[in-house]
Ligand binder design. Structure first.
Ligand code: HEC
Length: 107
């Protein structure tokens, strides 16, 4: 009997856990998308990209203002930052959320 109660509790917990996962899946996860698309360059400094975590680099870039950084992300920069950072299905708002995540992780 005790074993069965434990089993029921385990299933209940599993149901709760999978429900919260489903909720997260529908919400846009800026960090996850950063890892999937931008990290290849911005996590490694490839092609001289500003590396996330490099405070001075991002302080200097932030002097242009968040709107300019987002605009340059959307249209690309100097032929080396690809338009939309190669995230073809990211909306402008989602790109902004990723840029905010990158800046917050660096400053
Ligand atoms: C192929 C490599 C590459 C990928 C992928 C990439 N970037 Fe970049 N990014 C760069 C490089 C290189 C620069 C620096 C460009 C320069 O200053 O001339 C840059 C610059 C930037 C800047 C600073 C813009 C400014 O005005 O100074 C932002 C913000 C940015 N990237 C966001 C992103 C986001 C968000 C993604 C993913 C959705 C992404 N990047 C994906 C290479 C990349």
């Amino acid at each position: 009997m005790k074993k069965r109660t434990l089993l029921a509790a385990t299933f209940a917990l599993m149901a709760i856990a999978s429900q919260s996962n489903a909720a997260e899946d529908t919400a846009f996860d800026a960090e996850e998308r950063y890892q999937a698309t931008c990290f290849a360059c911005h996590g490694t400094g490839a092609a001289h990209s500003p590396e996330v975590g490099d405070q001075i680099e991002w302080e200097i870039r932030m002097e242009k203002g968040m709107d300019t950084l987002v605009q340059n992300t959307i249209s690309g920069l100097n032929g080396i930052m690809p338009p939309r950072g190669l995230c073809a299905d990211c909306s402008d708002e989602q790109l902004r959320a990723i840029v905010e995540f990158m800046v917050q992780s660096s400053l």
